[in-house]
Write a protein that binds this ligand. Sequence first.
Ligand code: FMN
Length: 207
Amino acid sequence: MSASLPYVLILYYSRSGATRAMAERLAAGVESRPGIEARLRTVPPVSPTCEAVDPEIPEQGAIYADLDDLRHCAGLALGSPTRFGNMAAPLKHYLDTTSELWLGGALVDKPATAFTSTSSLHGGQETTLISMLLPLLHHGMVYAGLPYSETALMETQGGGTPYGASHLAGKRSDRPLDDAERRLAHAQGRRLAHLALTLARPQGDAR
Ligand SMILES: Cc1cc2nc3c(=O)[nH]c(=O)nc-3n(C[C@H](O)[C@H](O)[C@H](O)COP(=O)(O)O)c2cc1C
């Protein structure tokens, strides 16, 4: 990875791998645009047992995000499994540590999007995407979903919404991304990369 290129942060939580597969597809979409990179990061699980401590490096998937990953991104894609129609607690927990960035306006005017995975088709994909939109708006980010010019939105028999990409992972969380879901996740990453380059702040504009 080059230090000089801007990057889109793809920040996700995934317990059984479905949201991670989506994140990787968005990353491919981001990197299909020249001049920008994808940075994949995850967050640790949380536990009601306060003494629980996680290893500093996850056993699989992306490494954990720190605040600087978020501070310096040119765009942000947030991914979470649906949990009771809402984003998963580990992602919310991470977002609740970002008030320093909110106070400094670090994310103002940067583009953002969201993606999710569910076990059931009508199990709350849209509500989860909207639950992720709320903190992004508080940070002053510019939310971009998926336009219907992406024809897979009309054709999909699984996931895919105008609020963002989604995936029907099935009861055992083992249904792979189907063709429409793959196309939409890729298009979402590509669009976010395009917007990040378009909205990029000039050098020295700390805002
Ligand atoms: C606590 C909990 C709540 C869940 N709530 C929902 C839900 O509201 N709707 C749904 O369709 N699936 C729900 N699921 C299933 C997950 O959203 C689904 O398995 C998802 O694909 C997992 O993503 P992952 O493989 O990235 O962890 C829930 C799972 C857990 C553990």
